[in-house]
Design a protein around this ligand. Structure first.
Ligand code: MG
Length: 376
């Protein structure tokens, strides 16, 4: 059951290459299925979320993170009466453009590209994947996704200026993305905030005591849980706390957004697009709590010596290989060498590296950099 402001499948601006409707799947359902069956989606399994060293099999990777985001996003979308098929598709595709090694990879590629007055952005790369790099259909390049899915991919957590990025002009850059797409920004953040507390404790970099001391809102929930289950093991109390925090955040997101949609008198999907700001969001109070968790994770986890050293080493891996292929384009795979007719070398090297999994790039680094420099 759609709310009046949901984006209905029949309102879609359609695909680049028109296709016959499917007998029982809507276009957004088909897009979801195309994403799930893509090669780029399968590679998420071997891409870092936060922890690169696989000392535990329980850390999130990009694939399990993506599935958690899809779970939260679908819940929020259906509670608000939005088109949950479109939201689910966007959740499943939202990290498909991430390079190996998480943010370290993104930063290193961006730094290399800036030397050529260009940038690397994972949303833009995701668009290139679904438009050009996935080769699965005899009739067209890419996945031929609907307009709204391609638009949602590039507008994930950021806006674009049409003067600076004329190649994106078709994506209604002066409008907000549909509410279905706005859900992803928040679902992503709520998912990784609680997941990173969890993985942080699993890794031993964080401890439950440190979180209780550093996050007053966590301490309040801990006391509640402690009263309910005084005999429970600390790790069960901890996971009950995370469960309650995530549930409270998601509930707040649904209520605060519903309130904002009503206050703005939004009755159609097009009105949500025209509204001057994104309507999906937490209440002021939950927003402050979300920022506090983010800050805590930054101070105690992301910038911890273990993860910082790891990041520096992995940025070097990417930069060294980037420079290697810039100097030796003849060592690129043939399919990439063919792209040099229409693309600059740095873009082709960047695309090649961005598509790699953590495992693959480490093997390449071993073979092309480490082996070469080993004294005979
Ligand atoms: Mg994400």
């Amino acid at each position: 059951m759609y709310a009046p402001y949901a984006l209905r499948p029949e309102e879609s601006r359609g695909r680049r290459y028109p296709e016959k409707p499917h007998a029982y799947r809507s276009d957004f359902q088909r897009d979801r299925d195309r994403v799930v069956h893509s090669r780029a989606f399968r590679r998420l399994e071997s891409k870092t979320q936060v922890f690169t060293n696989r000392e535990s099999d329980h850390f999130r990777n990009r694939l399990t993170h993506t599935i958690e985001v899809a779970q939260i996003a679908r819940t929020v979308a259906s509670a608000l009466g939005l088109n949950s098929d479109l939201t689910e598709t966007l959740a499943l595709v939202h990290d498909i453009g991430h390079p190996p090694f998480g943010h370290a990879g993104e930063q290193a590629l961006d730094r290399e590209m800036r030397r050529f007055s260009d940038i690397f952005d994972h949303n833009l790369h995701a668009l290139r994947i679904v438009e050009h790099f996935e080769l699965r259909y005899p009739e067209f390049r890419g996945l031929n996704l609907t307009f709204e899915v391609r638009e949602g991919i590039i507008k994930h957590s950021r806006d674009w200026n049409a003067n600076e990025f004329p190649e994106l002009a078709e994506y209604l850059l002066d409008q907000r993305p549909p509410l279905e797409a706005q859900v992803i920004d928040l679902a992503d953040e709520l998912a990784y905030n609680t997941a990173d507390l969890d993985d942080g404790v699993e890794s031993g970099i964080l401890s439950i005591d440190l979180i209780r001391e550093g996050l007053p809102q966590f301490e309040r929930v801990w006391e509640e849980v402690d009263q309910n289950y005084p005999e429970a093991l600390p790790k069960l109390k901890f996971s009950e706390c995370l469960r309650r925090i995530l549930d409270r955040m998601v509930t707040d997101l649904i209520h605060a957004t519903g309130h904002r949609i009503r206050a703005a008198r939004i009755h159609r999907a097009s009105e949500a697009r025209q509204y001057p700001e994104r309507l999906l969001g937490l209440s002021a109070e939950a927003s402050a709590e979300r920022r506090a968790i983010k800050q805590f994770l930054h101070d105690h986890l992301y910038s911890s010596p273990v993860l910082s050293q790891d990041r520096e080493r992995l940025e070097d891996v990417i930069s060294e290989l980037f420079r290697y292929w810039m100097a030796h384009p003849e060592d690129l795979p043939l399919s990439y060498q063919e792209q040099l007719e229409g693309e600059k070398l740095e873009r082709v090297v960047c695309d090649y590296i961005a598509g790699m999994t953590d495992n693959f790039i480490l093997r390449e680094h071993e073979a092309r950099i480490v082996e070469q420099n080993r004294p005979g």
